[in-house]
Write a new protein. Structure first.
Length: 211
């Protein structure tokens, strides 16, 4: 994320887990079974890939990069999804986020990290997060559960996440507090929600029926 770099590209770091039975959506699997939970996760992956492909076409400065945890083989990457594929090298999400956000990139002016759990993700949401970085050093996509679905930055965020508990109801507030303590201004983008529970899944199915 080096503003003196030689390109204007924004790296879209798509964080995914390999769709392996009993390794994904474990909280949901406790309610609906591991096989069905795996099917749901595959649906979410396909939805995310579709949105990312469309966003990169709408905004050519967005460069998707797939960061996978687990073997890449089971991931059904669409043929038109031309992107770099890189492994997440650490066991914890926090460490993997640190690797991307703490050091300036030599090739991109910014980076946006997103996950693959957001059933209402649209191409426009991704483009909005990128455009917010045109006027702010940090953009955050809030999640309805108190976390964030996207985090974008044009400056190194090394150490910022050390004080941010991930995957809890206070994550967003803790992140904003840590940014303010560093003197970094930030702006919020669209709010989305995740599929973590059977209630979330039923909500998604009902919304799909309306379309």
């Amino acid at each position: 994320m080096n503003q003196t770099g030689n390109t204007d590209l924004i790296e879209l770091a798509v964080f995914v887990r390999s769709p392996v039975l009993r390794k994904v959506k474990t909280r949901l699997a406790a309610a609906i079974g591991p096989e069905k939970a795996l099917e749901v996760y595959r649906e979410l992956l396909a939805h995310t890939f579709k949105a990312v492909i469309a966003a990169s076409r709408l905004s050519p400065d967005i460069k998707p990069v797939l960061w996978h945890r687990g073997p890449v083989g089971p991931i059904d990457i669409p043929a038109e999804f031309t992107m770099d594929v890189r492994p997440q090298r650490h066991d914890s999400m926090s460490e993997n986020l640190h690797e991307i956000l703490r050091a300036p990139s030599l090739t991109c002016r910014g980076v946006i990290v997103i996950g693959a759990d957001h059933p209402t993700l649209e191409p426009g949401h991704i483009v909005t997060m990128a455009r917010l970085l045109d006027g702010h050093p940090v953009s955050i996509g809030p999640a309805q559960d108190g976390g964030f679905w996207a985090l974008g930055t044009t400056v190194p965020l090394d150490g910022i996440l050390d004080r941010v508990p991930l995957s809890c109801g206070d994550t967003l507030i803790a992140l904003e507090t840590a940014l303010e303590a560093r003197g970094l201004s930030h702006v919020r983008g669209p709010t989305l929600w995740d599929v973590d529970t059977e209630t979330d899944l039923n909500r998604w199915r009902k919304e799909m029926e309306k379309k």
